[in-house]
Design a protein. Structure first.
Length: 525
């Protein structure tokens, strides 16, 4: 299960550890227990900084295939609050390695402001994160919550491999991952970044933070603040930094929607890449310049100062001034807005075919949307499910012809155009059928199925600037040919704007243009 190259990598990574860690196993029997013991034994065998004794048992752990990560601090054992239930292979192998390194004293990835905020949380928070080892979005949530646990003794996080705990999955009506439970109750479903996790916690527990004197070091005034780190934001940051400006980038995560994209075949000069790889390249390129990066952080508010500059207020409580702003916050999946959609997210309604497809193996499902994302989702799902019905509102499919041709070669993909989705029905807490209307005849149809994947485009992330800059009726930021908004010194670029065609290449170009416009504005002041 774990090859020598991975073991060699662990040995190399362990050089960054400043203290040892120990794996402690739960008690009991399970068909996968021997495999887990072999897995942990091999990892521990790579370095004397990782310890494991299969005979050392913790009766409090939830299962025979659960183990926790314990840190050695000043000669004493310290529970980190990190538990893995299952064998964290696949995408979750990275979560395990990071847990080992960080429990072993390696620097956490979270922004310093976020770390200080989490340390102030004053309530017991016991997270359980159900994952699929094939889900590329799950590790981001697991890794964030593991770091929360390392920062605060009142916080714990248990990663649970849903495939090995089907009874729990069934009991909790889970049909999508990651599925996060907090103190035994549903908390979040689907990909949720660190900034939104903190926002949900603060919303649920208004008195979550201990009152302590704020000792956060404030940033000095910046020339340019870029909000968002997708293709447009990254391009804007690099271009402004190359001009020698003081640049800060504020972002939930580097890559934005690109990070969730599988194959990318239309990035000019790159025949094929993936969203994960491209996002990693963004990080590497940003690191070549003097850019202050505030990742895993969100902007709560933008204000004006008496000097005609702007103030940026972050969710960490930090505030700083900036002479100009580039808005590059991108977009998020658009929802149908029909009865049964919102309440059944994670119970049969999903937005990520790659993440949640395995939950519908051998079942009937529907994809809503006949554009590129919808047809790509149908192709991904066709190899897993029994049958895919693609419902498209328009009278013809909007996807690229090459994708349509591929889909039509699959015998278990069916297309229905001119179909208006009216309702998603559920039985016993799980999606059981979809109701749609034939737009030509007005006739209503109902199809029995187990899952609905919504792929109807994107909605711009502009809620925090509504009323601050001009938006069109779709919520996009109005810009001119130089990416200028209606406010002096504020520019916008990429999918969040009125620029037509939401594409990676176009977003990068718009980000570069916005940066040059901002530079021109600053030198003319």
């Amino acid at each position: 299960m774990i090859d020598q190259s991975l073991l060699d990598a662990i040995k190399s990574y362990s050089e960054n550890m400043t203290r040892p860690i120990t794996f402690v196993l739960g008690n009991g029997t399970h068909e996968k227990r021997a495999e887990l013991i072999d897995f942990l034994t091999k990892i521990a065998g790579t370095t004397d900084k990782i310890n494991f004794d299969a005979e050392a048992i913790d009766e409090s752990l939830p299962s025979a295939i659960s183990f926790k990560v314990v840190s050695h601090v000043d000669g004493d054992l310290a529970d980190t609050g990190i538990v893995f239930s299952g064998i964290p292979g696949g995408h979750e192998f990275t979560s395990l390695i990071l847990a080992i390194l960080q429990a072993g004293g390696h620097t956490l990835k979270l922004d310093e402001g976020i770390q200080k905020l989490v340390k102030r949380f004053n309530k017991p928070l016991q997270f359980q994160t159900y994952v699929s080892l094939s889900c590329h979005s799950c590790p981001e949530v697991v890794q964030a919550l593991n770091q929360f646990a390392l920062l605060n003794d009142d916080i714990s996080n248990e990663m649970i491999d849903g495939a090995l705990f089907q009874e729990q999955v069934e009991a909790n009506n889970i049909q999508g991952v990651p599925a996060v439970f907090l103190n035994g109750k549903p908390f979040a479903n689907g990909l949720i970044d660190t900034a939104k996790l903190i926002g949900k916690l603060q919303e649920q527990f208004p008195d979550l933070l201990s009152e302590v004197e704020d000792d956060t070091e404030q940033l000095e005034q910046q020339d340019v603040t870029i909000i968002g780190a997708g293709p447009a934001g990254v391009a804007a940051a690099i271009y402004t930094a190359r001009k020698g400006l003081k640049v800060t980038m504020v972002a939930d995560r580097i890559g934005g929607q690109v990070k969730d994209t599988q194959d990318i075949e239309n990035l000019i000069s790159v025949p094929l890449t993936t969203g994960t790889h491209l996002s990693a390249d963004f990080v590497k390129h940003l690191g070549e310049y003097n850019i202050t990066l505030k990742e895993h952080v969100s902007v709560k508010e933008i204000g004006e100062t008496s000097e005609e500059n702007y103030s940026i207020h972050l969710n960490t409580g930090e505030t700083f001034e900036t002479r100009s702003i580039i808005l590059a916050t991108g977009a998020q999946w658009r929802k149908l807005g029909v009865p049964g959609e919102e309440e059944n997210i994670g119970k049969g309604v999903a937005f990520c075919a790659h993440c949640d497809g395995p939950f519908f193996k051998g079942k009937e499902i529907s994809v809503i949307g006949g554009g590129n994302s919808g047809v790509e989702a149908a192709l991904d799902l066709a190899g897993i499910v029994k049958h895919v019905t693609v419902l498209e509102f328009a009278d013809e499919l909007k996807a690229d012809q090459v994708l349509i041709n591929k889909a039509k070669e699959r015998s278990n993909i069916e297309f229905i155009t001119g179909a208006a989705t009216k309702e998603i029905k559920a039985t016993d807490g799980k999606v059981s059928s979809i109701v749609f209307e034939d737009r030509k005849t007005g006739e209503t149809h109902e199809r029995d199925l187990s899952g609905v994947f919504v792929q109807i485009g994107l909605v711009p992330n502009t809620s925090f600037v509504k009323g601050f800059v001009d938006l069109n009726r779709f919520g996009e930021i109005e810009i001119d040919e130089r990416c200028r908004t209606d406010r002096k010194g504020i520019f916008a670029c990429g999918d969040v704007t009125t620029v037509p065609f939401k594409q990676i290449n176009i977003a990068m170009g718009e980000g570069s243009k916005a940066a040059l416009s901002a530079f021109e504005y600053l030198v003319m002041q």
